[in-house]
Unconditional design. Sequence first.
Length: 281
Amino acid sequence: MRVASRDSAAMLAALGTLAFAASLMTHEAVGHGGYCLAVGGHNTLLTPWSKTCHFPGVPRLGTKAAGPGMQFGAGLLAWVALHRVLPGASQLRYFLWLYMTQSLLISSGYVAFSGVLNAGDAAELIAPLQHSFVWRGVLILLGSVVYFLSMRVAAYELGRFAGSDNRMERLFRLVWIPYTSVGVFALGTVAVNQASGRWSKWLVRGIPGLSRTVGLVCLALASSFGAGSGMFGIPPMVRGRVLRDSTPAQYVRWSPAWGAVAGTIVLLFLFCIGPGIALTR
């Protein structure tokens, strides 16, 4: 049996999907939705990539920053939590690493993405400012720098997790399996998502001639395959470090409990959140 096979592929995929779903809801439900309630607004619709809020006389710009801001802050909290989890809890440690990595990469990549397309939450924040072209450049630069630094943080923590078994084959396996599962999950959610089509107007506006359906597919691809593409640069960063310790390797075994949680969340997204949840008072 090869060493890399000690990690359960099914568990890697399940935890990757679960972490991605949690990160999406941190952005939409906790960030945008929480701010909406805090300022006296009323949440009206929740989907994986949008959160609509009725603001009676309340400025909307704050909620634009709340989504990516909350997602990024939650990623930092997951980083702190990683150092407080017992070494034997390999599934929890790997989940926190995935949640941290995805939250940091998606939120920082989203800022750069907004600057490139002049669309999205960050773009709406700078819209009232003069010299918008300059501010778009700031978004691209800021998002790119933070994205790279997030990769470095993720590489450091992956090195700690892999420990003495930091062979390139295994490191890439810990990355590409959840990356693929996240992309498949995102596209599957789009397939059942009928409500979000009309809430992807900002992407349609950013790319002339793009249909709303195609816009939603692009949004799902951008948040999964696109934002997570930096994960493939993490294993070489781990191998490029001089590991001064020889901590025991941790392996992600199959866990029926974690598998059940991940399966429940997938079904919830496919049949409830994916099509859109209408929220009433």
